[in-house]
Ligand binder design. Structure first.
Ligand code: HEC
Ligand code: HEC
Ligand code: HEC
Ligand code: HEC
Ligand code: HEC
Ligand code: HEC
Ligand code: HEC
Ligand code: HEC
Ligand code: HEC
Ligand code: HEC
Length: 317
């Protein structure tokens, strides 16, 4: 896990945000209530422990215990209130209305709350714009703060199988695709969705993970396909790999999008205009290619370097 540096200033700014946070009441009533109600103050986690013993005990195993123990983060001794806001009034009244409760907050507000401390992490780049954020999938849909054991957020994502279990809960159709005969080894738990996607966000479509050189994530593991090659195959260079491969798995060998590789090649390398590609995108194969003979239909038997070649312009070797 990467270190999270939360400057004291950010913590203080967050405290200011909390003070101004809406309590869910009508505006007019709220003003009256604010005038009458005593100001909320921080009381410290030990006070919370008096009534929320189990949660307090479990919290010792949570990564956020660092807030409780680390002086530099500005929440020493009052970690509970770093998320739930000042609790003096609630500790008196024990009313659920007097404490910030993420259970009742909108997904956007939850994201704001968590990002007050986590914004500066690399994983969070562009988070607010991601497909998850736009579709009301809050931080707490995937991370839980108070659960323990296998469900604790620090543990559940430690192994690929745990990540897959989380994603599959909402993306059952994608998981079904990984049951096809030709696919990445996700069901075996050797790899996870986050090998290719950043669940938080990305500058690429579909939350695709970037590798260090701002390259799409496939190259992280298949760097031999990256090039540069002396003789590029235009679609490998200019299109996403998915123009030929099915990333979530396929019934076709090598996860190809077509059962016969020749049909895929001929979608671009023929002078017949056929949908879905209305025009011929690649050069036409030379006249020696007699496609009535099966031998010529096994394109990759000769054009072995279909991802690019350093020695042969026709991608033969
Ligand atoms: C004197 C006992 C008492 C103390 C001290 C106390 N609570 Fe509570 N808390 C309760 C009770 C009782 C409930 C359940 C209220 C309900 O369901 O109406 C509750 C509920 C909550 C909830 C859930 C609200 C919801 O929407 O269901 C949160 C969050 C919470 N407390 C946080 C805290 C924090 C943080 C502290 C320390 C600052 C704290 N509590 C201190 C008694 C206490
Ligand atoms: C990192 C933020 C964070 C911290 C720190 C934190 N909580 Fe929570 N708390 C949450 C979230 C988020 C929820 C909503 C339920 C969930 O997602 O687990 C919650 C829910 C609760 C609830 C309601 C539980 C229920 O199921 O009704 C109580 C009570 C509570 N917290 C008390 C505490 C106490 C006591 C502490 C300190 C020991 C604490 N919280 C520290 C984020 C936090
Ligand atoms: C769709 C599920 C999902 C959502 C939503 C989500 N996360 Fe994560 N998060 C993960 C997974 C999975 C990991 C494990 C890292 C990995 O496998 O790349 C992770 C890792 C992390 C880490 C530890 C890794 C690091 O960068 O140090 C932090 C901190 C974190 N998430 C915070 C957040 C915050 C804050 C939000 C809300 C703004 C959020 N997450 C929303 C799934 C999610
Ligand atoms: C007051 C600052 C603060 C807030 C608010 C906060 N966090 Fe954290 N978070 C931390 C710190 C500090 C760590 C420990 C980082 C480390 O170990 O280097 C941490 C660690 C984490 C981790 C990694 C460990 C793990 O359990 O997997 C996740 C995930 C995480 N936080 C999610 C959240 C979520 C979700 C929220 C909102 C409900 C949230 N955080 C709110 C400060 C905060
Ligand atoms: C709580 C439910 C939920 C969980 C858990 C979840 N997702 Fe999502 N995800 C959604 C929703 C809703 C959308 C938006 C609708 C859609 O495109 O299907 C979405 C969209 C996506 C997208 C497309 C994003 C875009 O911008 O088009 C990707 C990729 C994705 N999720 C990956 C993941 C991964 C990886 C995980 C596990 C770490 C995960 N999801 C966990 C609900 C979830
Ligand atoms: C080998 C890399 C890879 C893995 C592993 C992977 N994906 Fe994807 N995923 C992609 C690519 C590439 C796209 C973009 C497809 C496109 O744009 O046509 C995508 C698209 C998506 C989308 C957008 C909608 C769709 O179906 O096209 C969702 C949602 C999604 N993935 C979820 C997941 C989940 C959940 C997992 C884990 C069970 C997962 N992905 C594993 C590469 C991967
Ligand atoms: C985290 C590492 C990783 C990433 C990222 C990754 N792959 Fe793979 N890929 C593998 C592994 C491991 C295998 C070997 C699987 C096996 O032999 O069962 C593989 C195999 C393949 C195969 C051959 C399948 C077969 O049936 O022989 C294709 C095609 C493929 N990957 C395409 C892609 C594409 C396209 C992407 C990006 C969308 C991608 N991979 C991203 C690890 C990865
Ligand atoms: C023009 C179509 C096309 C594009 C684009 C393409 N591939 Fe392939 N790929 C193929 C074909 C055809 C095969 C099968 C070759 C064979 O049967 O010998 C293959 C096989 C593979 C294999 C398994 C065999 C091997 O060489 O390791 C991997 C891995 C792979 N491709 C990854 C990728 C990646 C990553 C990308 C994106 C950079 C990509 N492919 C783009 C057509 C394509
Ligand atoms: C998405 C369209 C597309 C697909 C699918 C595709 N190609 Fe290409 N191919 C191209 C383009 C575009 C060029 C560059 C043509 C040019 O520069 O005139 C090219 C170039 C070539 C060349 C180099 C010869 C030349 O004209 O420069 C060969 C050989 C080739 N492709 C073979 C294949 C084979 C074999 C397959 C199937 C595995 C295949 N292609 C699939 C678009 C495609
Ligand atoms: C028996 C081996 C063989 C098979 C099978 C084969 N080709 Fe070729 N292909 C060649 C040779 C040899 C050349 C000529 C290379 C040269 O003259 O530089 C060539 C040339 C080409 C070219 C033009 C290359 C250029 O430099 O202009 C394209 C495009 C092409 N083939 C596509 C295909 C497609 C698509 C298939 C499958 C339907 C296929 N080939 C099957 C051997 C084969």
């Amino acid at each position: 896990m990467k270190a999270c540096h939360v400057p004291l200033m950010a913590a203080l700014a967050w405290a200011g945000w909390l003070a101004a946070a809406p309590s869910g009441q009508e505006p007019a009533k709220k003003d009256q209530a604010r005038a009458a109600a005593p100001a909320k103050e921080y009381v410290g986690s030990d006070t919370c422990a008096g009534c929320h013993d189990e949660i307090h005990t479990n919290f010792r195993k949570n990564a956020h215990i660092l807030l409780e123990t680390n002086k530099r983060r500005g929440w020493e001794g009052k970690a509970c209130e770093s998320c739930h806001g000042p609790g003096s009034v609630h500790a008196e009244t024990t009313s659920a209305d007097d404490i910030l409760s993420p259970k009742k907050m909108t997904p956007a507000a939850i994201d704001q709350m968590c990002l007050a401390c986590h914004k500066n992490q690399q994983t969070q780049v562009g988070r607010i714009q991601s497909g998850h954020a736009r579709n009301s999938v809050a931080c707490t849909s995937c991370h839980n703060v108070h659960k323990t054991g296998e469900e604790a957020s620090a543990r559940q994502f430690r192994r690929p199988a745990g990540v897959n279990r989380n994603c599959q809960g909402c993306h059952m159709d994608v998981w079904a695709s990984f049951q096809k005969p030709h696919r990445h080894p996700l069901p075996e738990g050797a790899m996870s969705c986050t090998g290719c996607h950043n669940p938080h966000a990305s500058f690429l479509n579909r939350n695709m993970r970037l590798t260090s050189g701002q390259q799409p994530g496939c190259f992280q593991c298949h760097s031999n396909k990256r090039g540069p090659f002396v003789f590029e195959h235009a679609p490998v260079r200019n299109e996403p790999c998915t123009i030929c491969h099915e990333p979530h798995g396929s019934a076709n060998p090598r996860m190809m999008i077509r059962h016969e590789v020749a049909n895929l090649c001929l979608e671009c390398h023929s002078n017949i205009q056929s949908p879905p590609r209305a025009t011929t995108a690649g050069g036409v194969a030379i006249a020696t290619h007699d496609l009535r003979q099966p031998r010529w239909r096994n394109c990759t038997a000769c054009h072995q370097k279909v991802h690019g070649s350093n020695v042969n312009g026709a991608l033969l070797r």
